[in-house]
Design a protein around this ligand. Structure first.
Ligand SMILES: [Zn+2]
Length: 359
């Protein structure tokens, strides 16, 4: 490609038209968040859109549903990665999205069969397991079992969390519920759950409730799979002999990892989505490895945020200082429940807390 042509291709331009077929937000192999859409730019001409600013997702979904004509300014027209004879519209965080006052053509639905259609889709659990992270889904499931309510820290505040196992005729999965939804679902009952979001947690696909999640009771689902037996949990009392914990911060908008600088600046820019934000809005997580010793046995275990934060709150420990938490773990005796299969700690209780009824 000649230099002059390259410059021309990278020139900023604007596009007017009707947005259609907005996909869910996806994660690229390089870990960037993006979504696709189609834009009708003439009576019967359509262009593919790739948008790397996920903050624009809801605007484009709304415009697509309402058939609002849009003007996209400061976009780039580049050769399509799928078909180099065609061009594609690149939208990023610098691009502007406005309502276009008038178009010389009327709305016409793109005839292409686009399976990445807007918003959430009703799926079986088997299909949900094959859906990438951070996609909205709706499911019809039976509640098979529920774990105890635990605590997690989000934006400095403890919030309640509960994990339940849900099933349909195709699979069973872990569903995470938050605050007001905790204990709302009854074991053995069937529900339609709208606006759940997919996550990958400890390498297992799970679903989580969101602020928009709604619950409808439905008729009892038949032919549900059984919950997997939870018989691999080992619970022992002992001491922690070695421990290493690491604190991570991630961007609330795009979930990308953010490294905290040592200086005392108030704000920080996310390297993934390029948004600037107050440090305290970053989501905090902590995980690590510990050696747990009981009797003559010693086992190396992994421990994750929700378990650690639940223990910190029960023991009035600050969750901000990994060193202090490590010291606490090394200085006391604990009852530890862990999965023999995954070697993940599921619950850890400070023993003098259990016995110490009298002050
Ligand atoms: Zn971000």
């Amino acid at each position: 490609m000649s230099a002059s042509k390259k410059i021309k291709l990278e020139e900023k331009t604007s596009v007017c038209g009707f947005i259609q077929h907005v996909s869910p937000i996806k994660t690229s192999r390089t870990n960037n968040k993006y979504f696709n859409a189609t834009v009708q730019v003439q009576r019967d001409t359509f262009k593919k859109v790739a948008c790397f600013d996920v903050m624009k997702h809801s605007t484009l979904v709304e415009a697509s549903q309402a058939r609002t004509p849009l003007k996209l300014t400061d976009v780039q027209i580049v050769p399509s990665r799928l078909d180099s004879a065609k061009t594609e519209v690149l939208v990023n965080y610098k691009s502007r999205v406005e309502v276009s006052r008038q178009l010389s053509f009327s709305y016409q639905k793109s005839t292409e069969d686009d399976h990445d259609s807007a918003g959430e889709k009703f799926k079986t659990l088997k299909e949900v397991q094959n859906t990438p992270e951070f996609n909205k889904v709706a499911v019809e499931v039976k509640i098979l079992s529920a774990k105890e309510v635990s605590v997690q820290i989000v934006r400095e505040l403890p919030i309640q969390k509960q994990e339940v196992i849900v099933g349909d005729s195709t699979a069973t999965m872990k569903l995470t519920l938050w605050d007001e939804m905790v204990t709302k679902l009854e074991i053995g009952k069937s529900y339609r759950l709208n606006q759940l979001s997919t996550r990958l947690f400890q390498n297992v696909k799970t679903i989580t409730a969101t602020k928009a999640t709604s619950i409808e009771s439905i008729d009892d689902l038949v032919n549900c799979l059984q919950a997997p037996e939870d018989n691999d949990v080992i619970e022992k009392e002992g001491k922690i002999t070695q421990v290493g914990l690491v604190m991570h911060f991630s961007c609330e908008m795009c979930k990308g990892k953010v490294a905290l600088p040592d200086d005392d600046s108030k704000f920080i820019r996310c390297p993934s989505c390029k948004m600037k934000m107050a440090k305290e809005t970053l989501q905090k997580s902590m995980n690590g490895t510990l050696c747990f010793s009981y009797g003559y046995q010693k086992v190396k275990l992994s421990i994750f945020s929700s378990t650690l934060f639940t223990m910190c709150i029960a023991n009035h420990l600050s969750v901000d200082n990994a060193e202090n938490i490590e010291d606490f773990l090394l200085s006391n005796s604990f009852r530890v429940a862990y999965s023999n299969e995954t070697k993940n700690v599921q619950n850890i209780v400070h023993l003098t807390n259990v016995a110490g009824v009298n002050q």
